[in-house]
Structure formats: structure tokens, C-alpha cells
Design a binder for this molecule. Structure first.
Ligand SMILES: CC(C)(COP(=O)(O)OP(=O)(O)OC[C@H]1O[C@@H](n2cnc3c(N)ncnc32)[C@H](O)[C@@H]1OP(=O)(O)O)[C@@H](O)C(=O)NCCC(=O)NCCS
Length: 220
């Protein structure tokens, strides 16, 4: 995992450093691009915006709460808050490559978060929504914002990993055009000692560049 934004352990991702050769600064988001989005379910408004340094404590609080659920993201308790804080700040400063982080908030409360870290034109994302806010469109709003950012950046692909049992996450990603690209068997060791599979999903953003002849479908 690169040292870019939120090198937190999400989904099935490892907490190891990875070099990010593509070190250009990200383009700023278009003003007014994110939110406010209004929940279709009960009309409760929330706003999606780029994360700022002042969001760090609430970011880690939400991450820790979802980690405590024990079954959705890669992170588990106890969360090393100081390590996460450093990574958040490094990520916002694009240490390790261009990165983006977005928060969803309602009444000053952080109800969702998403990060994308990039390397060689690929964006790797992780996200979480407060348990009380799931199913209200927050994840969709965050993901739509991230995809728009990735397109703006000229990334050619977004990828992520998810636990195979995480039907909500997989459903969300499929809704946004991500496809299953494989499954890594008995890949990540949980603190319980169990080895969990991880599903790899991807969404290609550049369908026009030529592909390698070897990866094109064979004729005949
Ligand atoms: C996965 C997660 C981010 C989805 O966020 P959300 O705000 O609940 O998602 P939305 O309300 O925008 O739902 C969008 C789509 O996701 C899918 N989805 C959401 N909840 C679902 C569920 N319980 N079962 C199946 N699909 C579900 C549906 O396709 C839904 O679209 P629809 O409303 O048109 O049916 C959220 O459940 C979450 O934070 N879970 C815990 C952390 C986590 O799993 N992070 C991702 C790790 S890979």
C-alpha cells in the first residue's frame, strides 16, 4: 500500500509501503462539483466535499468504528491512531503520489469517507459509511465524486479489493460499473488467525487506448 492518502487498511488491502512513481500534483476539483446530495430515502441532506486536515480526528473515528464491526474493511482494532493521522496528513500533501480523500457530512458530522491513492495511472480506492447512514445514498455520492475526480485526473482505471461476503460493497461497486477481476484465495490473515479471500474489482476509465495484442480476444 502506498504512503499516499489514507494508507489505512481498507477492504482486503495490505498495510505495506508501495512506491508511487507518478508524482505529479492532482488537479483541483472543479468548484461546486461535489454535492450537496440529498438522500432519496428520508430527505436528510448530506454534503460530499474534499477532505481537509481538520477532518482527521473524525476520519479516524469513523474508520475505527467500521474497523470495530470486524467484517467489512481490512482494518481491525486496535487502530493505531497516530499512524493513521500521519498517513492522513501525508496523503493530503500527496506524499507518495497524487491522492484524493472525500468526506460526506451532515450537520458537521462525518457520515462517510472515501480515499483514492494513485500509482502509474491507476487509482486504488477504499471507503466507509457510518452504520446509521448506510443505504441512504452516501456511498453512491462518494463513489460518483471519486470517479469524476479520477476521470479529471486522467487515470485509466480504478481498482479496489473487497471481502467476498461484503454484498453491500460489491453491489455498490457493480452499480458503478466495476467488474470482478479475480479472487485471491486465503489472501489476508485476520487478527483471529483466519485467512480471508479478497475479491479484486476494477473499472476501466480509458477504453480507447489500444490494448496489448496479447490481451485482445483471439479471432477464430
Ligand atoms: C459499502 C458501503 C460503503 C455502501 O454505502 P451506502 O451508503 O450504504 O450505499 P448506497 O446507499 O449509496 O447504496 C448504493 C448501492 O449499493 C448497493 N447496496 C447498498 N447496500 C446494500 C446491501 N445491504 N446489500 C446489497 N447491495 C447493497 C446497492 O446496489 C445500492 O444501490 P440501490 O440503492 O440502487 O439498490 C457501506 O455499506 C459501508 O460503509 N459498509 C461498511 C464499510 C465497507 O464495507 N466499505 C467498503 C469496503 S470494500
Amino acid at each position: 500500500m502506498p504512503t499516499g492518502i489514507m494508507a489505512l487498511r481498507w477492504c482486503g488491502q495490505r498495510d505495506t509501503a508501495r512506491k508511487a512513481p507518478n508524482n505529479r500534483a492532482p488537479k483541483p476539483l472543479e468548484q461546486g462539483a461535489p454535492g450537496p446530495y440529498r438522500s432519496g430515502m428520508d430527505g436528510v441532506a448530506f454534503l460530499v466535499r474534499p477532505a481537509e486536515e481538520g477532518d482527521v480526528d473524525r476520519w479516524i473515528d469513523l474508520y475505527e468504528a467500521v474497523a470495530a464491526e470486524g467484517k467489512w474493511i481490512g482494518g481491525e482494532l486496535p487502530v493505531d491512531r497516530e499512524l493513521q493521522r500521519r498517513r492522513f496528513v501525508d496523503g493530503l500533501a500527496n506524499v507518495g503520489g497524487p491522492a484524493a480523500a472525500f468526506v460526506a457530512e451532515s450537520d458537521g458530522r462525518q457520515v462517510g469517507q472515501l480515499f483514492v491513492r494513485t500509482y502509474v495511472g491507476i487509482g486504488d480506492l477504499g471507503m466507509a459509511v457510518d452504520a446509521a447512514w448506510r443505504g441512504r445514498g452516501v456511498g453512491s455520492a462518494l463513489l460518483a465524486t471519486a470517479i469524476a475526480w479520477a476521470v479529471q485526473q486522467g487515470l485509466h482505471k480504478l481498482t479496489l479489493q473487497a471481502w467476498p461476503h461484503n454484498a453491500a460493497a460489491i453491489g455498490l461497486y457493480e452499480k458503478f460499473g466495476f467488474v470482478h477481476e479475480g479472487q485471491m484465495r486465503r489472501h489476508y490473515r485476520r487478527r483471529s488467525g483466519e485467512l480471508w479471500d479478497a475479491v479484486i474489482m476494477g473499472r476501466v476509465l480509458d477504453e480507447t487506448s489500444p490494448g496489448a495484442a496479447a490481451s485482445e480476444p483471439r479471432q477464430g
